[in-house]
Write a protein that binds this ligand. Structure first.
Ligand SMILES: [Zn+2]
Length: 636
C-alpha cells in the first residue's frame, strides 16, 4: 500500500511540476521590453522585409535629411550652402537616425556607424551651452520654447525624437555621446519649465512626454518623469495662449486629462499624447492616468479605428472624427497608425491584455505596412480603404522615417517579459534572448506566420525556476491546438487576459507548438459605420485583403453571394510573395483579393477593402464590445 501511495505521489508531483496554472503577476511586477539587438529576425515574413529596408530604404533616405544636416552645420558655426530645414525637419533626421540605430543593433555596419558618429558630433557642436539643441530655432533667432507659439511649435516634438534616437543608438552600440547630448537637452527643458523661473507650457505636437518616460527608464532621474507629467497636467487649463484660431482640441488642450473622455483633434498628436499619458500611468501607478489611458483606448479601438488599424479620418486638422465616423476614403495618416502601434504596446505594458497586442498586430500588418512600398523606397502619407489610381510619393513631411523606425522595432513589439514571465505577442521567425530576474530565457521561433498558423517555440535555456510562457491567442483565430514536446495539451490553458499560459521549469529543447486555424473570414462592421453597411472585408489571419481592379478585369464593384467558394493560394512571385484569396462573385465571375498592405504597388489601379455582400440583415444581433466581427449570414 505504501508503495502504491508513493508511486501515486511521484506521478502527481511530476504532473504538477510539468505544468501548473499561471499565477496572476505580482503587484508592481513591471513589464519590460527587450533591446532591439536581443531579438534576431531570420527568414519568414519579416527577415526579407527588414533586409529591403536595410539595403534600400536607409541608403535612399539620406538625400531627404541633407537640409537638416546643413542646419546643424550652420548652428555649429560652419559655413553652409543650400536650403536649410523647416520647423519640424530635425524630427525627420532623428526618426531616420533611430531607424539606423535599430538596424545597427542587429546588423553592425562600420561605415554607417561612422556616418552616425559624425552627425552626433555635429549635434553636439550645434547644441547651445545651456543644452538647448533645436538647430532651426537657433538658426532663425526665434526664442526657444516660445510661449506665444507653443500650439504651433515643434520644439518638444523634435527633442522627443532626438531622445528616442539617442536611447536606441546607446542600446545598439553601447556608445554614450548621443545619449549625453539628449540628457543635456532634456535637462534644459526641465530647467525652462520646472526650474526656479519655470513657466507652464507644452509643445503643440505631443511626443516629448513619451520620450521623457523612455529616458527615465534608461536614466532613472525622477525629473524626466516629473516633466512628462507636467506637460500632460498643464493641458486643458488655459495655461497657454494659442497663437491662432486653431481649436484647442487640435493640440490636446481642450480639456484636462481627468475630464477627457475621448481622443480628439489631430490624430498623430492625440495618439502620441495618449501614449505619453499611458507611459506615466505605467511608471507611476497613478489611477487617474490609468483610467484616462483606458478611456482613450476604448474610444479609439472600439469606435474610431478602421479594420486596417488606421485612425484619423478627417482631412481638416488631420483629425479624429465622431464615433463611428470611418469613411473608406478617409485621411488615415501613416504616422497616426505608427502612433497606434506604440499606444497599443504601452496599453499591453499597463494591462497585459492580449487584446492590446491584437490591435498592435492589426495596425502593423495592415495600415503601417501599407504605408511603405514593397521596394522600400516610397511611401503613402494616407492609407484610405478605397482609393483610385493614386501614385505613391515620397513626401518627407513626416511619415517615411516614422514608418521605418516603427517597422525596425518589430522585434521589440513581438516580445516582453517580467521577473518570471515571458510574453510572445507577435509570431516572427527568429530568436530572442530575454534577461528575466529568474534567469535568461532564449527562445527560437519557427513559423511562416502570417501566411500559416503553425508556430513552433523552442526553449534554448535551462530555467532555474518556473517561468510562465504566455503566447497570445489572437482574437481573429476561431480554433487552436497546443502541444508541448509533441503532447496535446487539453484543455487549452487560456487566461482571462487572452494568453495561452504555460508555467513550468523549462528545459533546453522543450518545444511548444501552437496550431491556429486560419480560414478566410468575412468580417462585418458595426452598423453605425455607414460606409461599410451591407459590405464585408476579407480577412485571413491578421491580414486584411482587398480588391485591386487590375486583378479583376478593371472592376472593384463586385458583390458576394452566400458561398463565394474561397480558395487560398500561395503566390511566391507576386508582390514579393503573398497569399491571395480567390472566389466567385454572386454573378459567377471569378475574383481575386490581395493583402491590403501590398495594394498600389503595381500599375495604376482602383482599390477597395469593403465588398458588397448579399443577404446581410443589420441589427439582428447585439453588438457588444466589438467594432468588427465575423459575418454570420444564417443568424436569425
Ligand atoms: Zn506623417
Amino acid at each position: 500500500m505504501a508503495v502504491v501511495r508513493a508511486t501515486l505521489c511521484v506521478l502527481v508531483c511530476l504532473a504538477s511540476a510539468w505544468q501548473s496554472p499561471c499565477a496572476e503577476p505580482a503587484a508592481g511586477e513591471r513589464i519590460r521590453l527587450p533591446a532591439a539587438r536581443d531579438v534576431k529576425i531570420d527568414g519568414g515574413f519579416w527577415g526579407p522585409r527588414l533586409k529591403i529596408y536595410q539595403e534600400k530604404a536607409i541608403p535612399h533616405s539620406w538625400q531627404y535629411v541633407a537640409g537638416e544636416i546643413r542646419a546643424l552645420q550652420k548652428a555649429a558655426g560652419q559655413p553652409v550652402q543650400g536650403d536649410l530645414n523647416g520647423t519640424w525637419g530635425e524630427a525627420n533626421l532623428y526618426k531616420f537616425m533611430e531607424t539606423v540605430a535599430h538596424s545597427l543593433g542587429t546588423h553592425p555596419d562600420p561605415v554607417l556607424q561612422k556616418r552616425m558618429d559624425e552627425i552626433i558630433s555635429l549635434i553636439g557642436a550645434a547644441q547651445r551651452p545651456d543644452g538647448y539643441a533645436h538647430a532651426y530655432i537657433v538658426n532663425s533667432g526665434k526664442p526657444p520654447w516660445d510661449p506665444a507659439f507653443l500650439d504651433g511649435s515643434h520644439d518638444g516634438y523634435v527633442l522627443g525624437h532626438m531622445i528616442e534616437a539617442a536611447i536606441e543608438y546607446h542600446a545598439s552600440t553601447g556608445k554614450r555621446s548621443f545619449l549625453d547630448i539628449a540628457t543635456r537637452a532634456a535637462d534644459q527643458a526641465y530647467e525652462h519649465f520646472l526650474g526656479k523661473n519655470g513657466q507652464p507650457g507644452f509643445c503643440g505636437h505631443a511626443e516629448l512626454e513619451m520620450a521623457l518616460v523612455e529616458l527615465y527608464r534608461v536614466v532613472p532621474e525622477p525629473r524626466y518623469l516629473e516633466l512628462a507629467r507636467a506637460f500632460i497636467e498643464w493641458r486643458g487649463r488655459n495655461k497657454v495662449k494659442p497663437a491662432g484660431p486653431t481649436p484647442r482640441a487640435y493640440f490636446q488642450d481642450g480639456q484636462p486629462l481627468r475630464e477627457q473622455r475621448t481622443l480628439e483633434g489631430h490624430a498623430v498628436r492625440a495618439v502620441f499624447f495618449a501614449t505619453g499619458a499611458t507611459d506615466v500611468a505605467i511608471e507611476t501607478g497613478d489611477a487617474d492616468y490609468r483610467l484616462a489611458a483606458n478611456r482613450f483606448w476604448d474610444s479609439t479601438t472600439l469606435r474610431r479605428m478602421t479594420i486596417t488599424g488606421s485612425i484619423g479620418p478627417r482631412k481638416e486638422h488631420e483629425a479624429f472624427g465622431e464615433d463611428y465616423e470611418l469613411p473608406n476614403n478617409g485621411y488615415y495618416e501613416s504616422c497616426a497608425a505608427c502612433g497606434l502601434a506604440d499606444f497599443a504596446q504601452r496599453m499591453f505594458m499597463l494591462e497585459r491584455q492580449a487584446e492590446s497586442a491584437d490591435v498592435l498586430e492589426r495596425t502593423l500588418y495592415n495600415a503601417i505596412l501599407h504605408g511603405i512600398s514593397l521596394d522600400g523606397v516610397s511611401s503613402y502619407y494616407g492609407n484610405p480603404l478605397s482609393d483610385r489610381d493614386n501614385p505613391r510619393y515620397n513626401s518627407w513631411v513626416c511619415c517615411p522615417p516614422n514608418l521605418s523606425r516603427t517597422l525596425f522595432q518589430v522585434g521589440r513589439y513581438a516580445y516582453a517579459y517580467s521577473d518570471s514571465a515571458v510574453y510572445v505577442n507577435l509570431y516572427i521567425a527568429g530568436s530572442a534572448s530575454l534577461p528575466l530576474k529568474a534567469g535568461e530565457v532564449k527562445l527560437n521561433v519557427a513559423t511562416e506566420y502570417p501566411w500559416d498558423g503553425r508556430v513552433s517555440v523552442k526553449i534554448e535555456t535551462d530555467a532555474a525556476r518556473p517561468i510562465a510562457l504566455n503566447l497570445r491567442r489572437p482574437a481573429w483565430c476561431p480554433a487552436a491546438k497546443l502541444t508541448i514536446n509533441g503532447q496535446l495539451v487539453e484543455p487549452m490553458p487560456l487566461t482571462e487576459r487572452g494568453y495561452i499560459c504555460i508555467q513550468r521549469q523549462w528545459k533546453s529543447g522543450d518545444t511548444v507548438e501552437l496550431l491556429m486555424e486560419m480560414p478566410v473570414q468575412r468580417i462585418e462592421a458595426h452598423p453605425n459605420i455607414h460606409d461599410c453597411a451591407g459590405k464585408v472585408a476579407l480577412q485571413r489571419g491578421p491580414i486584411i485583403c482587398g480588391i485591386e481592379s487590375l486583378d479583376n478585369d478593371g472592376r472593384t464593384d463586385l458583390e458576394l453571394g452566400a458561398d463565394p467558394a474561397f480558395q487560398v493560394a500561395v503566390e511566391r512571385d507576386l508582390l514579393g510573395g503573398v497569399t491571395v484569396i480567390r472566389g466567385k462573385a454572386a454573378n459567377g465571375n471569378p475574383f481575386m483579393a490581395i493583402p491590403f498592405y501590398a495594394m498600389a504597388n503595381r500599375a495604376k489601379s482602383a482599390q477597395e477593402v469593403w465588398i458588397k455582400q448579399a443577404g446581410i440583415t443589420p441589427g439582428s444581433e447585439w453588438w457588444t464590445g466589438q467594432l468588427y466581427r465575423p459575418l454570420k449570414l444564417d443568424r436569425k
